[in-house]
Design a protein. Structure first.
Length: 50
C-alpha cells in the first residue's frame, strides 16, 4: 500500500483569478506544472481578468 501524505505536506499554488491557494491533487500528478487555476469556474472566468 502506498504511503499517504498529510495535506499540509502537498505542494500548493495560488489561483490567479480568485487569489486562493489550492493544493496538489492526484488527478493533476502528470500535469501539475501546467495547472494554473483552482477550479473549472476560475478557468472559465479567466478571460474577464486577462
Amino acid at each position: 500500500m502506498a504511503r499517504s501524505r498529510k495535506k499540509a505536506d502537498l505542494p500548493t499554488k495560488v489561483c490567479p483569478v480568485c487569489g486562493r491557494p489550492f493544493a496538489w491533487r492526484k488527478k493533476w500528478q502528470k500535469v501539475w506544472d501546467e495547472v494554473r487555476y483552482c477550479s473549472e469556474r476560475c478557468r472559465r472566468s479567466r478571460k474577464s481578468t486577462d
